[in-house]
Ligand binder design. Sequence first.
Ligand code: PLP
Length: 454
Amino acid sequence: MAQAPSRLAEARPVPHIVTELPGPRARAQIEFDHSVTSPSLPRAYPIVPVRGDGLAVEDVDGNLFLDFAAGIAVTSTGHSHPAVVARVQRQAENLLHFSASDFYLPIYADTCAELARISPFSGPVRVYLGNSGTEVVEAAIKLARYATKRPYVVAFLGAFHGRTYGSVSLTASKAKYHAGFGPLLPGVFHAPYGRVEDLRWFDEVLFEKLVPASEIAAIIVEPVQGEGGYLVPEDGFLQGLRRICDRHGILLIADEIQSGAGRSGKMWAIEHWGVEPDILLTAKGIASGLPLGAMIARAEIMTTWGPGAHGSTYGGNPLACAAALETITLLEGGLVENARLRGEQALAGLRPLRERFPGLVRDVRGLGLMLGVEFDTAEHAEAVQWAAFQRGLLVLECGVSTVRMSPALTVSEAEMATALRIFGEAVAEVAGENGRVLPDATDAEGMTGVEAAV
Ligand code: PLP
């Protein structure tokens, strides 16, 4: 698919680094930032962006970066896609806010109808809109308990579902997300993720020794684990989960907040395995960067609850809905297919790293534009992330020792080739080729680089 040239890229190649990194303005901004912001924010490395266009991002010092992190897999149509910007501008001139929880906002219902149309359900669905991923995870926990009248929920080890109390209780990717916050939501169990043989845990451990299957409301699963390390489950795993749910009347919730909206090369990652969930959650890429989350549920489940059971002041805000409607048009207009093609290009380019750097590169995996390269240690993953940053390529750690690439779905063949070249150079530097020493990722204004965001 032909991509419009980026405005930022017209004058200069991307990436184009003109100062040391971080540059002088970036360092000053980081110092100011550290004086006013919550120290809980898990900053990965010192990029200080001011403008974006497509996959190009300019920082405060005039450095141009090639963005393969996309605001944690959010800017699915690239930074400030002109069609999305125009639609949001038009909407802003007409109506900024009018709570759809209490009144009848047309663009809210239109967005629900569009999400229903593109959702992977064979029967009728209803849609609830929130402002973020974690909000629709909360909505799903409430709906599952309400509809089934059952208390327990099962999530997976390695999962990330958010940071509010319900969702953080489902999250099991890093103990630090729970540290100091207990007690968490009771009634949550964590199953092993990914292998077909792991599914035996349900019968042999959960149902046999802990709680009867008849008391489980829902199993919530990321079809491809995101923060847990961009893990693609074995074929048969999701089908097996579906069978367990069917056997026991348990709802299957697909958390497609990171894997959905075309990123996997299909509109929804779960479609790669032909599995239909009962509830599907989307956020991140669905509105190109505006805050929107959606819970799409089979109509017979969603219609169990009535007025007042759930709602939100801002959820389905008109600007976010406008961005989502335009994003869906762009996704269907070729971006999902582009994600598939560019994903194949990426895997073909990344796989040789395993042979070139045996020991250092443990695994190369992915689906569409969810691409993970696993290293032998967290320190090496962090060093590769830093070396890529120094060369102007933005990537982001996940899991224990994996570096993820999650570029906008607009990524061109040439941009992908550039990213693969730079990433290879970064790995080579960390491997000690070219006689270079390991970069010290801890020297940038107190940034440790170890705390990847999600
Ligand atoms: N679920 C998944 C799979 C995610 O990757 C994330 C965020 O990374 C969330 C839920 C939480 O989304 P948010 O940060 O919008 O609350």
